[in-house]
Design a protein around this ligand. Structure first.
Ligand code: DP6
Length: 403
């Protein structure tokens, strides 16, 4: 916003949307908790914003008397250290892009207070990493995104939440841990665009709207302090896996991609169990879904679906377009919907499938009614987008939320 603002205008506003991302090589653990620098690199798939996105509007005006923040329509604490770190970073970049000029207009501009409003197009209760998209948005629209260098903006997002920096790009994204103590080389970059693997699909199985018991920020620091497995993972396992995963993605090798995604999710949760006291993010239902995926793959004799879980019990399933209808039917039969039968499948269309009797017998063993709330069908998608249409701003001309 500061960069886009003409000194004579009373109010400058920008709106941006940003996606959610899901890691296939997980980030868990920081070497610097203040700058948010990770102990290992990570790799993620950016999900499509048609299904999951966060919209953020930032406004700056000489008339504002304080920085203010609204999340999903409710005013939130702008004093949160991470929000402050993001705003500071946005202002620093704006200053830098002005070529360090110290004229009166620039100084006035940079001292303007900002109002920020952010909202999700999906229920926060879904337990998805919405803050990632929100912070990426702040990075994107805060600096006018089109003009800023995207890797610099990934620094803004990273200061909000580590995994958020990967939402600065579409498709397949690597967050390189970097070596420098000041974090200037700890950046996200795109490995392949969202068009690279057109058949790849994502199913989010929402099992619970519960808040995670241990916030990832706290949990991962306990892991860093106590888990020898995490240390080994960061030093030895992840560097090898990253190279393998990049190759599987480049070759669109679903067998390799899916196997490694499952193994890496499992190892992340193993480091949680190796943390002392231990942390549990998976629940009985998550384990049910894991077993179901393995039975399904075993029945077909190769990897047709791959699960991954973050710091919560919801499953994210990777699969290919030709498998979606059948696997969704398997999930429907395994977890018969309670009341919302018609809203059980959301997002991209899913066709009907008749399951062969042998498949049902081998895979659908003990149905658990109502256990999965709904399935969201989506696919890889693009990175943050600047919204041109002013009617889409979340803040009105008075700088307050429109609704
Ligand atoms: C399990 O990015 O939420 O989702 O940097 O402290 O905000 P902070 O943590 P956060 O951690 C995400 C961990 C994860 C794995 C991943 O997304 O790579």
């Amino acid at each position: 916003v500061p960069g886009a603002m003409a000194a004579e205008r009373a109010l400058a506003m920008a709106t941006c949307t940003a996606p959610v991302n899901i890691a296939v090589i997980k980030y868990w653990g920081k070497r610097d908790t203040d700058l948010i620098l990770p102990i290992n690199s990570s790799l993620s798939v950016t999900l499509h914003q048609d299904q999951l996105k966060t919209t953020t509007t930032a406004a700056a005006s000489r008339d504002f008397t304080e920085d203010r923040l609204w999340l999903n329509g409710t005013e939130a604490d702008v004093g949160h250290p991470r929000v402050q770190a993001c705003l500071r970073e946005v202002r620093r970049l704006a200053r830098k892009r002005r070529g360090g000029s110290e004229d009166a207009a620039t100084l006035g501009l940079l001292s303007y207070k900002v109002h920020v409003a952010s909202e999700n197009n999906f229920p926060t209760a879904a337990g998805l990493a919405s803050s990632a998209a929100g912070y990426a948005c702040l990075g994107g629209c805060g600096t006018g995104h089109g003009g800023g260098r995207r890797d610099e903006l990934s620094e803004v997002a990273r200061r909000g939440s580590g995994s958020a920096c990967r939402s600065m790009w579409g498709g397949f994204v690597q967050w390189q841990r970097g070596e420098r103590p000041d974090g200037t080389d700890s950046l996200a970059h795109q490995v392949a665009p969202e068009t690279h693997w057109p058949e790849l699909r994502v199913l989010v199985l929402v099992v619970s709207g519960q808040k995670k018991p241990v916030a990832s920020t706290v949990g991962m620091q306990t892991s860093v302090e106590t888990s020898p497995l995490l240390k080994h993972r960061a030093e030895v396992v992840v560097p090898e896996r990253l190279a393998q995963m990049m190759r599987h993605i480049r070759e669109r090798d679903f067998e390799g991609f899916g196997q490694l995604a499952m193994r890496d999710s499992n190892q992340f949760h193993a480091t949680c169990l190796d943390t002392f006291p231990p942390i549990f993010y998976l629940n009985d239902l998550s384990r049910h879904i894991i077993a179901l995926a393995h039975r399904y793959n075993a029945h077909h004799g190769h990897t047709k679906v791959a699960y991954t879980f973050d710091a919560g019990p919801n499953a994210v399933i990777f699969t290919l377009a030709d498998t979606v209808d059948e696997f969704v039917e398997v999930v429907r039969r395994s977890f018969p919907p309670a009341a919302n039968g018609d809203q059980f499948v959301r997002g991209l269309p899913v066709g009907s499938a008749a399951l062969p009797q042998e498949l049902v017998a081998a895979v659908v063993t003990e149905p658990v009614p109502g256990a999965v709330q709904y399935i969201l069908h989506t696919k890889p998608g693009p990175g943050p987008q600047l919204v041109d249409d002013p009617s889409q701003h979340l803040l009105g001309a008075d700088g307050l939320p429109r609704r």
